[in-house]
Design a protein around this ligand. Structure first.
Ligand code: ZN
Length: 143
């Protein structure tokens, strides 16, 4: 069940649930030997392509890369710069795994209005990135 009345999902060929399934696949590939907190992210582009990302931990803990930023690196490497949505799966199945503050800012660089898909035990949550990071920092003043 999704909160469909609270958002407009305009991509009929990729449902929020299907995008979340891509994120679950990426979570299975996480490199998280220290925390065992596996996270996966799936970025949906306007052309329908998807960039996956997994969290990548490091023995020097502060060098750990979140799944969302890993997906952004994949997206840019694919030559895409126009994400429209991101799904994030991971952590405990008891609660959603929303993006951290740093990832919210990195995602806003490419589309401050992208939709963010999160999973919780009995439903899929879809929320606009602007709601998660109002007044994100921008040098262009376009927000
Ligand atoms: Zn993060």
């Amino acid at each position: 069940m999704t909160n469909k009345k609270n958002f407009n999902w305009p991509w009929p060929n990729m449902t929020p649930e299907a995008l979340l399934e891509n994120a679950r696949t990426a979570a299975k590939r996480a490199y998280s030997p220290y925390s065992r907190f596996d996270v996966g992210a799936a970025l949906l582009m306007a052309d329908g392509s998807i960039a996956l990302g997994s969290n990548i931990e490091n023995a020097s803990y502060s060098l750990t890369l979140c799944a969302e930023r890993s997906a952004v690196a994949g997206m840019v490497s694919m030559g895409s710069l126009n994400p429209v949505a991101i799904a994030i799966a991971g952590g405990s199945s008891d609660s959603p795994c929303p993006p951290c503050g740093a990832c919210r800012q990195v995602l806003a660089e490419f589309n401050p209005d992208m939709l963010v898909v999160l999973e919780s035990p009995n439903r899929v949550i879809v929320i606009n990135l602007n709601e998660l990071l109002p007044l994100s920092f921008s040098l262009t003043g376009r927000r």
